[in-house]
Structure formats: C-alpha cells, structure tokens
Ligand binder design. Structure first.
Ligand SMILES: *[C@@H]1O[C@H](CO)[C@@H](O)[C@H](O)[C@H]1NC(C)=O
Ligand SMILES: *[C@@H]1O[C@H](CO)[C@@H](O)[C@H](O)[C@H]1NC(C)=O
Ligand SMILES: *[C@@H]1O[C@H](CO)[C@@H](O)[C@H](O)[C@H]1NC(C)=O
Ligand SMILES: *[C@@H]1O[C@H](CO)[C@@H](O)[C@H](O)[C@H]1NC(C)=O
Ligand SMILES: *[C@@H]1O[C@H](CO)[C@@H](O)[C@H](O)[C@H]1NC(C)=O
Ligand SMILES: *[C@@H]1O[C@H](CO)[C@@H](O)[C@H](O)[C@H]1NC(C)=O
Ligand SMILES: *[C@@H]1O[C@H](CO)[C@@H](O)[C@H](O)[C@H]1NC(C)=O
Ligand SMILES: *[C@@H]1O[C@H](CO)[C@@H](O)[C@H](O)[C@H]1NC(C)=O
Ligand SMILES: *[C@@H]1O[C@H](CO)[C@@H](O)[C@H](O)[C@H]1NC(C)=O
Ligand SMILES: *[C@@H]1O[C@H](CO)[C@@H](O)[C@H](O)[C@H]1NC(C)=O
Length: 839
C-alpha cells in the first residue's frame, strides 16, 4: 500500500470514531437505562428498568439459596443487593425464564417466557396508552403515557408494600378504596412469600400501628400525639427524618421522609417479626441498625394487664396504678402481672367527688376503644370525663404546642408503660378516697413537721460542735506549719530572686491563705485523690474559687527544681489546658493552685448514666475538639515538646461552659528525678489508656498520647469505660467492641444510648473513625495530633481505613513492671509528664 492511500483512510476513521461512540452510548442508554415499559416492549430476565435518578432498579432476581425467579425492586447504588419490593412474592417462576409485560388494557403481567402462562397480573385498567414507569421514589406506577406520576397512576406498587416502607410510602388506610397498606415479612431470606409477621395500622379508636404475629399483637406504637408516636419517644430526636401522620375522611396513614436526600434508609418487618429501621452507610458498605422494636419487656403488649403500669427500670416491672390493687395477689406475687389491677374504691360518679391523679412520662394506654375529640382543650377534656360516669381516664390528644385535643378511655387501661423521658401525662380517674396525699396531704401535716424539725435541729447542733473543734485544730496547725516553713525557707519571696530571669509572674501563695481557703483541707472540700496527692476546692478571701492540688510529702525534689517545673507549666497557656494560678512552698508542703472547674472532670459526667444526658452530641464534639487542640499545643505548638502520658477522662476538667481543660500535666518531673530513667524504667499512666508499646516496653512518644486520646474519643462517643465488659463478648474491652462494630458496619451501635440518636450521623462516624485510627496497634500507623485536628475539623478530608487496635482484650498484658502496677492499684489517678526542652 502507498502511504498516500493510507492517510485519508486513517483520517476518516478518526472522524468517525466519536460519532460511533456517541451512537453506542445512546443505544446503551436506550436499552439498559430505561425507566418505562410500554405494550410494545417487554422486560425479560436479565433486563432491568432503572429510575431516572438512578436510585432504584427493577428486574428479575432469585433470592440467595433459591432458583425461583421473582420481579423485584432494589437500590441501584447500594452495593449489597437489597430487595425492597417483590411483585409476585406468592407466585414464583419455577420452570423457565420469565417476562414482564404491560398489556394494551393496562394490566402488568408476569408470565413464563415459552408457555406464556400468566403467573401474576394486576387488574385491567381503562387506559388509552398504558405505560408502566419506575419512579425515583421506588414506586412502579401504571398510567396514561410516559408523564405518569404517583398522583395520576391507575395502579402503583406503593399501594402494595412488601416488607419495606420507603420514604414517601404510606403505612395505613385508604378509606375510599378500602385499601389497607401494611408490611409483611418475608418467610425466609430465600423466600419472599408472606410470613405471619405484619406491621399494620389499626384505625379503631385513636389509630395505632401494631406488630402482629399471626392474629396476636406483639407491639404497639401507641397513638400519634402530634409530634411522634406515644410509644416511640426516641422518634422526637431523630432529626434526620420527618415523620408525618395524616388523618382525614379519605385516608389515615403514617409516612416518613429523609431530610438529606443522599441518605438511604428503610423501615422493615424482619423475618422474626421485629420492626427495624436501617440506614445505609457508604463508608462501610453495609446497613446499620438505627432503631428497632420491640425493645424491652414492657414493649410486649400489656405485660401488666388492665390498670397495671410497666416500668422496665423497676423490679418487678409491673406495678398497679395509684388507687388500684392487684386483681389476683397470688399471681402478682409470682410476677405474673397479666391479670392486672382493680380499684380499691369504686368511683362515686353521682356525688361528683371523683378526682384525677396524674401519671407522668407514660406511653398512653391502648386507644383501640378510646374516644378522640380534637376540638376540646385539656380542661374541657377533664370536664367531659368527669361528666360521663363510664370515663376512666383522659389525656391530651395533641401535645404539640400547648396541648390540645382530648382522648378519653371508658375501659380498663391496658398496656400502660413508663418512660424516663419524652413520655406524656395521663390523668386517671380515682375515687376521692384514693386520691390520697399526692393531691391533698394537709391532714398529716403535724406529724411530718415533727419528723422534719427534730433532725434538722439536732443536725445543726452536731455540725456546729464539729465545726468548732475543727476550727481550733486548724488554727493550731497553721501556726505549727508556718513556723516550720519559716525555719526552712526563710522569706518565701526570696525564691523568686534566685531564678528571676524569666518574665512569668506566678504568685506564691501563703500556706495560711490556702488553709483558710480550703477550710484546713476539710473532707467536704476534697474533690478527689490523685496519684500525687489529694485535690481540694477552695475559696480565696476575695471570693475567687480555686482548685488546690496538695502534693504528697514523699517528694525528693529540691525547691528550685520544683519551682522551675512550676514555672514551665505556668508558661503553658492554652484555652484547653487548665490554668495554673500559683503555687505554695512552705515547709514540706508543696501545692499547686489552679482555676476551679465547676463541672468537675469528664468521667464524673460521662460514666454516670443519670448525668450523661447533660452531654449532648454538640458538647461531646466540642470536648473532643478541645482535647485535640490542647494536646496539639502540648505536642507541637508550645515552646516545649510535652508528652502528657496520662490523658484520661478524669484528667479532663470541664469549665462552666463545658469547655474541656487538660489537667495534671507536668507532674512527673517533680517526683521523677532523672527523666531519661523515667522513660524506660517506670511506666506511669493508667491501664486502659496506655498504648501497647508504652505499657509493654516503656517506649513513649507523642504517639502514646495519641493512643490515649483515641481511647478517650471512643469513651466519649460510647459513654462507656474502656475497661468495661461487653455482653457481646466479655473478653473484649471498648476498643475491641468498637472495632468489631466498625468492621461489621454497625458503628452507630457504639453511640451512647443517652444521646437517643440525636446526632449528625456523618460527624459521629468521622469521630469514631478518627478514634479508631488513633488506637491502632503500631505507633507509626497512628496520626499525629495535627492530623487528628485536621481530620476532625474538616468534612471533606478523606480518612484512611483503621487497622486493628492494640489491646483489644479486656486483660492488660502482665509484662508491665511492678512499680506501675502498684501505683495503679493504689490510685486511679496516676500522673506523669516528661519534658524535652527545645526540639
Ligand atoms: C411451579 O409453580 C406452579 C405454579 O406457580 C406449581 O403449580 C408447580 O407445582 C411448581 N413446580 C415446582 C417444581 O415447584
Ligand atoms: C386485558 O388484556 C389481556 C391480554 O391482552 C386479556 O387476557 C384480558 O382478558 C384483558 N382484560 C380485560 C378486562 O379486557
Ligand atoms: C422454553 O424454550 C427453550 C428455548 O427457547 C426450550 O429449550 C425449553 O425447552 C422451553 N421450555 C418449555 C417448558 O417449553
Ligand atoms: C394487611 O393487608 C392485607 C391486604 O390489605 C390484609 O388482608 C390484612 O388483613 C392486613 N393485615 C393486618 C394485620 O391488618
Ligand atoms: C429481627 O430484628 C431483631 C431486632 O433488631 C433482631 O434481634 C433479630 O435478630 C432480627 N431477626 C432477623 C432474622 O434478622
Ligand atoms: C454515598 O455514595 C454515593 C455514590 O458513591 C454518593 O452519591 C452519595 O452521595 C453518598 N452518600 C453519602 C451520604 O455520603
Ligand atoms: C354519695 O351518694 C350516695 C347516695 O347516692 C350516698 O349514699 C353516699 O354517702 C355519698 N357519698 C359521699 C362520699 O358523699
Ligand atoms: C360516656 O362514654 C361512653 C364511652 O365513651 C359513651 O358510649 C357514652 O355515650 C358517653 N355518655 C355520655 C352521656 O356522653
Ligand atoms: C396539634 O397542635 C399543633 C399546635 O397547636 C397544631 O399546629 C397541629 O395542627 C395540631 N395537630 C392536629 C392533628 O390537630
Ligand atoms: C382536700 O381533700 C378534701 C376531702 O378529702 C377536699 O374537701 C378538699 O377540697 C381538698 N383540698 C384540696 C386543696 O384539694
């Protein structure tokens, strides 16, 4: 061939290629990514319909472990095939391949490909141009031409849910068509046929949603109270969802939506009959269990019978309402409460002497036979109830705003339970005699006055006597200690002149001042016991509150060394480090005076279930960020490179605004003597927070602080101690537990229940991941604090995947030298620091 002949050919090819590509891509999109089906075409096995926004895909599938074919719907972008709807769940194709068509009369038909035997079909419609279309909501709609939507559909799959409620889907009744939309579980993971587990709305009385097992009710949501279901208090805090309840002449239904459209979430009834809300996690590629029901013993329907109250935090869980007694005391004593309770005194309706007792924080009793009147106020409701002799209780039907609407019961109150929060008030009618002291207790006032006054007077006398004695002892002591101090050091203020080279001005406080401020180190003022001595609260004469750390007298450090060390600490100035206000050296006494932290230390709040609610997610996040910044300052940004070596919840103090302040840094040198020896010989710190290389080999670096920080982060997220035991595997500590949850894609299960899911999921997951990165086994894998601050602070930073943490078992290796284990057993508050001057 001649080159001249070749050239034009090549050029033509080059011109053609883009056209060809365009054509194939058009063809591709036409054949594969269509979202409609018309009578002119068919959908055979292997082909799919894809919704226009590529959210859902519809086609033939076989469940795992089965060769049967079904037409189903799944998420296009969820990497684990998750079937959310099955058309022919009761009628599988079991012989050959199937085909989905829409007939000219608008009926969807699934048939056997060769025999044309119809396996499943929808009723015929009177459409001119029937078209089936898969919408981006996951709804398969049939209607007139391609503009069909859910509003003008002749048939839609959302009316016939399988086991899944998708956002925008309705659970409940269409009264015009007599349509009861409910969720029914799959028989097994390989068979989508109807199982006896259903989630359905019962519209008798005040409508409620029930879980059913066959014909038995197994769980009840309670009525909708304007904000949420009465029996799902946590619903209120799910800020990522909007829940809607609609009731009118035509429809009564419940539906939900997700604020952030990129989040994928569904509500299902699973194969063992529980309701679960799952959220897809991109990061881990798995479904996370966000909520489920039933949860506890009180969630089963009416464990305590009529007029009984179930409280899961009590033992036994059943109790009778005020004014009621067990119907069969023998059964009740055997902890079978299902017979319930009966009135002590019959109501006395005619004389109008009955009253009401308020039961707070309840899940309203079963409203199947209750009467609702939305037009009444709560006061009218009370009047209505009093005026009808069969009324036994009333409550507000809509607690949104100031409360409105009226529910009245005329039967026994069944399935009543208590919550610790977000329950609602129920007013139970009682005979005047049973109303008792709660509403009217003046008759026994005389006796109770005596009961109160006598102990108070006695107590005051005793306290005064003790106070006098203590005061005398304190005065004597001050004189004694001060005398000795003067002998040893002479004029305290001379010390300043020895090393007066530096500009830091740290006040030296007089011992007598501190003795006065702390009331002679009285027990009442003692805040805690640290490894190097007790900590006291004090109040200076000018009213300023201080924290005083009184160092143990075993110190061998000289005065100048101590002072230099104190000066060093005093130079550390950061809003996340506790501020040293001064010190006191007198005689054998050495004391450090800090700013006072009214919210005490983090552990006091975090691990106390009754207080953990004070730490909402925003606060926890702020604390994590604060600690990270404080630590970064110690590691990098201060004039020295400081390794804290004993970072832990009890060393994080909280100020008035709950800002974290790292405390107890800079102590090791006071006691340690030669710092190079401290590094290797004496491992100080706290088990559970120590990195493996430090606890085992005594090697410490900034990365050992990073490890402790990671433990702290996981503790803050979970509200649990690293050294706690986990039911799922008692051999694991928090790190192991967190790691397992993370690996299995259940990271959100780690989060403290007291947060009640009121948190931004992405932020919590980010913090968890950072925490796990920090506790990795190998120090070199752990990020530096500057990286940590970056990763925590930026939503766009990509985080590497954590590897297995060090120390995931509950037991700490025994190779730790004895000096440290002794210290650990003596005190929970070891402290130590080593400072490298310069770099
Ligand atoms: C296949 O399905 C048809 C009806 O759907 C049923 O009659 C037949 O018994 C099934 N065959 C097998 C082998 O399950
Ligand atoms: C709808 O069409 C199918 C097939 O095209 C036919 O078998 C069926 O009888 C029709 N139904 C009505 C109600 O016309
Ligand atoms: C279905 O058709 C295929 C070929 O298209 C054939 O091999 C198979 O035997 C047929 N099955 C039935 C049940 O007719
Ligand atoms: C669920 O819906 C189906 C179909 O509407 C109905 O037959 C069934 O009774 C419903 N189940 C319950 C428990 O309401
Ligand atoms: C159903 O959900 C409950 C509650 O989350 C769970 O304990 C149970 O294992 C689940 N059953 C199945 C088969 O997944
Ligand atoms: C999840 O990943 C998909 C695709 O990778 C993306 O479109 C979506 O925005 C992600 N969602 C979230 C919540 O990150
Ligand atoms: C209530 O009225 C009845 C008569 O209907 C009377 O016997 C009874 O003593 C009254 N009870 C009270 C507490 O006044
Ligand atoms: C009293 O309440 C019952 C049950 O709610 C109701 O059937 C009855 O009509 C009411 N009586 C009056 C007088 O309103
Ligand atoms: C409940 O009360 C709120 C505030 O008063 C009101 O906006 C809402 O419409 C009420 N809901 C119903 C169902 O009456
Ligand atoms: C206290 O109870 C008596 C009857 O036991 C009643 O007459 C009186 O009104 C009640 N007082 C208050 C303040 O409720």
């Amino acid at each position: 061939m001649f080159p001249s002949e070749l050239e034009p050919k090549t050029m033509r090819k080059l011109h053609l290629r883009p056209c060809f590509l365009l054509l194939t891509s058009m063809l591709f999109s036409l054949t594969i990514a269509r979202d409609t089906l018309t009578p002119a075409d068919t959908l055979t096995d292997g082909e799919t319909l894809v919704s226009s926004g590529e959210k859902f895909e519809l086609g033939f599938f076989s469940p795992p472990g089965s060769t049967n074919k079904y037409v189903g719907l799944w998420y296009k972008k969820v990497t684990v095939q998750t079937i959310v709807m099955v058309l022919n769940r009761q009628n599988p194709i079991n012989s050959s391949t199937g085909v989905l068509t829409i007939t000219n009369n608008g009926s969807l038909v699934i048939s056997d490909q060769n025999s044309s035997r119809i396996i499943w079909s929808t009723p015929a419609t009177s459409l001119e141009n029937p078209v089936a279309r898969l919408l981006d909501t996951g709804n398969l709609v049939v209607g007139e031409d391609a503009s069909v939507s859910a509003d003008n559909a002749a048939w839609q799959s959302f009316d016939y849910p399988t086991d899944t409620l998708l956002p925008g889907m309705k659970l409940g009744w269409d009264l015009r068509r007599g349509l009861n939309r409910n969720l029914t579980a799959w028989l097994s993971s390989s068979d989508p046929a109807i199982a006896p587990y259903t989630m359905a709305m019962d519209i008798q009385g005040d409508p409620q949603i029930f879980l059913w097992s066959g014909s038995t009710r197994t769980w009840r949501t309670g009525p909708w109270n304007g904000l949420r279901y009465s029996g799902i208090p946590e619903m209120q805090t799910y800020s990522m969802f909007t829940f809607t309840y609609v009731t009118n002449q035509d429809e009564i239904y419940y539906t939900f939506n997700i604020r952030d459209q990129s989040i994928i979430s569904r509500l299902i009834v699973n194969q063992t009959g529980s309701a679960q809300r799952l959220v897809w996690l991109n990061q881990t590629g798995s479904w996370n269990l966000f909520w489920f029901a039933p949860k506890d013993q009180c969630d089963s329907v009416s464990p305590c019978g009529p007029n009984g109250v179930c409280d899961p935090n009590n033992s036994p869980i059943c109790d009778c309402l005020q004014g009621f007694v067990p119907k069969s005391p023998t059964n009740w004593a055997l902890r079978d409460g299902t017979d319930g309770c009966v009135r002590k005194t019959e109501l006395d309706c005619r004389n109008r002497t009955d009253g009401f007792v308020t039961v707070a924080e309840t899940k309203l009793p079963d409203t199947s036979s209750a009467t609702v009147d939305m037009s009444l106020s709560l006061d009218d409701c009370r009047t209505k109830c009093l005026s009808n002799c069969s009324c036994t209780a009333y409550a507000s039907a809509n607690i949104s705003g100031s409360g409105s609407g009226c529910i009245t019961w005329s039967t026994g109150l069944t399935d009543l339970r208590l919550y610790t929060y977000a329950g609602q008030d129920l007013y139970v009618r009682l005979a005047a005699k049973d109303l008792g002291s709660t509403s009217n207790g003046s008759h026994n006032g005389g006796a109770s006055m005596v009961a109160i006054v006598v102990p108070v007077v006695l107590g005051t006398l005793i306290i005064t006597l003790i106070g006098c004695c203590l005061w005398r002892r304190r005065r004597r002591r001050i004189r004694r200690v001060a005398r000795r101090g003067t002998m040893t050091f002479g004029d305290l203020h001379n010390i300043d002149e020895h090393s007066g080279k530096d500009e830091v001005d740290l006040p030296l406080l007089d011992l007598a001042t501190i003795v006065d401020a702390t009331d002679d180190f009285s027990m009442e003022n003692k805040l805690g016991e640290g490894g190097f001595g007790p900590v006291y609260k004090g109040k200076l004469a000018d009213g300023k509150e201080i924290g005083v750390k009184r160092l143990a007298k075993t110190s061998v450090q000289g005065c100048d060394e101590f002072k230099n060390e104190v000066m060093l600490i005093a130079k550390l100035q950061h809003r996340n480090l506790v501020q040293l206000l001064g010190c006191c050296i007198q005689g054998e006494e050495r004391m450090l005076v800090y700013e006072y932290m009214p919210n005490k230390s983090l552990d006091a709040l975090l691990f106390d279930k009754s207080k953990a609610a004070l730490l909402d997610w925003q606060t926890r996040h702020r604390i994590i960020m604060g600690i990270a910044r404080g630590l970064l300052y110690l590691h990098q940004d201060s004039r020295f490179r400081i390794i804290h070596r004993d970072l832990k919840a009890s060393n994080i103090l909280l100020d008035k605004e709950m800002n974290p302040k790292i405390s107890d840094f800079g102590m090791a040198r006071i006691f340690g003597g030669d710092e190079t020896e401290v590094n290797t010989r004496k491992v100080v710190g706290t088990y559970g927070y120590m990195s493996p290389e430090y606890a085992m080999d005594g090697i410490f670096s900034v990365k050992s602080d990073v490890f402790s920080f990671g433990v702290l982060v996981l503790e803050i997220i979970s509200g649990k101690k690293n050294r706690g035991i986990y039911l799922s595997d008692p051999k694991l500590n928090l790190l192991g537990h967190a790691w397992n949850l993370w690996k299995d894609g259940n990271a959100l299960e780690l989060v403290d229940e007291s947060l009640a899911f009121a948190f931004p999921m992405a932020e919590v997951l980010r913090c968890t991941k950072v925490g796990l990165l920090c506790v990795q086994e190998r120090p070199e894998d752990r990020p530096t604090m500057s990286n940590v601050v970056l990763m925590l602070g930026s939503e766009s930073a990509t985080l590497p995947n954590p590897r297995q943490p060090g120390f995931i078992t509950a037991r700490v290796p025994l190779e730790v030298d004895s000096s440290s284990s002794k210290q650990d057993s003596v005190s929970i508050n070891e402290i130590s620091v080593t400072m490298f001057e310069g770099r």
